[in-house]
Design a protein around this ligand. Structure first.
Ligand code: URA
Length: 434
């Protein structure tokens, strides 16, 4: 078998067989297939797509590229949630401790920044000492202490996704339904969760820009996951403007901590609580939506969610005192303010443009080995639907240098649209699938 023939077959639109997919995955993981041929293969899949059978095979082969975690000796239902990627999307950092406080065990294998979207692992690593590399034993130890763990793919667990994820990020091959399905599910299946909740983002800041495409992705995730024997639900949620008020690595961990203490912005809390409630329902911890929602709110009020967050930080190596000392103050050195150019109502804060602006500040990567900046980012003081006077502060930018700061201000000018007409932002929870 030759990789060139497999690339050619996919380029010409034919479905690949299990043997061909295995040849590609194994060869890429071992390094026998070089990055340039893997890039060509990804681009061929991006343009030609995959049918449901191929997507299922790709998912299983990626999952089997490494060891499978066995967490069956942990008490409590194993449940996880994964987002298809958004801007300011930090719901995992809030709902994992909340679900744990409600009695779930959450073995969460997450991703890094991808394209214009942020990455949970990059956010967490902005905290001094926090490590996302974990063996199965580490995972069990962390979950036993905190009720949840947030880890990355490793050379042992789903190495195929570890390599392909990084390559897709820098080869413009992210927005592909089969590649997203296989990437997400291979991780979720390898980590051993029994039930899964997906947050399929839809809108300017999502990989799926239309509801129709978001529905196709949600169906693909739900059907492939169910075929692998898991209980799966997907919520399609709006990603038109950044979720919450912070976009950046440390900034988003800080905002999550504030949410767990009851200070969360409405939009972020609405999506987080909807997803967390679904985790409690799919895992059987709650019987009805009202009960699940009440339990989540109670765990915020009692401080048990915040306790879990602290325990997880410590269990994963973070310097907790360092974190507390830096909350509210740790910002990149150059601060500039973006002010309203005119009076009116904010109609748009284009999430894609904000994501690209954050990328320019170093929140994500342009090349696979680029470092990410921990303390750059954006703080939005106004959201869509709010009325503003000329000169009102809309957003604070934290940059490494003057040039990045100037560039960010120019991007924000493009991202914001202010008009005299009234506007009401669309619903956040658009649809449930599964
Ligand atoms: N999250 C993932 O893990 N993979 C994708 O492809 C997109 C979002």
């Amino acid at each position: 078998m030759r990789i060139v023939d497999i690339i050619m077959k996919k380029r010409d639109g034919a479905a690949l067989t299990e043997e061909e997919l295995r040849f590609f995955i194994n060869g890429y993981v071992t390094g026998d297939i070089p990055e340039y041929q893997a890039s060509a293969w990804l681009m061929a899949v991006y343009f030609r797509g995959m049918d449901a059978v191929e997507t299922g095979l790709l998912t299983r082969l990626m999952m089997e590229s490494g060891v499978l975690m066995d967490l069956s000796d942990l008490a409590g239902p194993l449940v996880d949630k994964h987002s298809t990627g958004g801007v300011g999307d930090k719901t995992s950092l809030i709902l994992a401790p909340l679900a744990a406080a409600c009695g779930a065990q959450v073995p969460m294998m997450s991703g890094r920044a991808l394209g214009h979207t942020g990455g949970t692992l990059d956010k967490l690593e902005s905290v001094k000492g926090y490590t996302v590399d974990a063996t199965e034993d580490d995972l069990k130890r962390i979950i036993a202490r905190a009720g949840y763990a947030l880890i990355g793919q490793t050379a042992q667990v789903v190495p195929a996704d570890r390599k392909m994820y990084a390559l897709r990020d820098v080869t413009a091959t992210v927005e592909s339904i089969p590649l997203i399905t296989a990437s997400i599910l291979s991780k979720k299946l390898a980590e051993g969760a029994q039930s899964l909740v997906f947050d399929v983002k839809c809108g300017s800041g999502a990989f799926m820009k239309t509801l129709q495409n978001a529905e196709i992705l949600a169906e693909s995730l739900v059907k492939t996951g169910q075929a692998m024997g898991r209980k799966v639900i997907a919520l399609i949620t709006a990603m038109e403007e950044p979720l919450g008020r912070m976009v950046g690595n440390f900034l988003e961990v800080e905002e999550s901590w504030n949410c767990l203490q009851g200070g969360g912005p409405d939009d972020l809390m609405e999506v987080t609580l909807a997803l967390c409630s679904k985790m409690l329902l799919t895992s059987g911890l709650c019987k009805g939506s009202d009960e699940a929602m009440d339990l989540c709110l109670q765990k915020i009020k009692s401080g048990e969610g915040a306790d879990r967050f602290r325990e997880n930080m410590i269990a994963q190596g973070a310097d907790w005192q360092w974190f507390l000392d830096h909350v509210g103050t740790w910002r990149a050195p150059v601060k500039v303010e973006f002010k309203a150019p005119r009076q009116g109502i904010i109609h748009e804060i284009n999430a894609y443009k904000v994501g690209m602006c954050a990328l320019g500040l170093g929140v994500g990567r342009n090349k696979a080995d680029d470092p990410v900046q921990p303390h750059t980012g954006l703080h939005f003081l106004k959201k869509r639907g709010e009325s503003v006077a000329k000169g009102d502060l809309l957003c604070e930018v934290f940059a490494l240098n003057d040039q990045d700061a100037r560039q960010a201000l120019a991007s924000l000018e493009e991202a914001f649209r202010i008009s005299p007409d009234p506007m009401t932002p669309e619903a956040l929870i658009l649809k449930e699938v599964g």
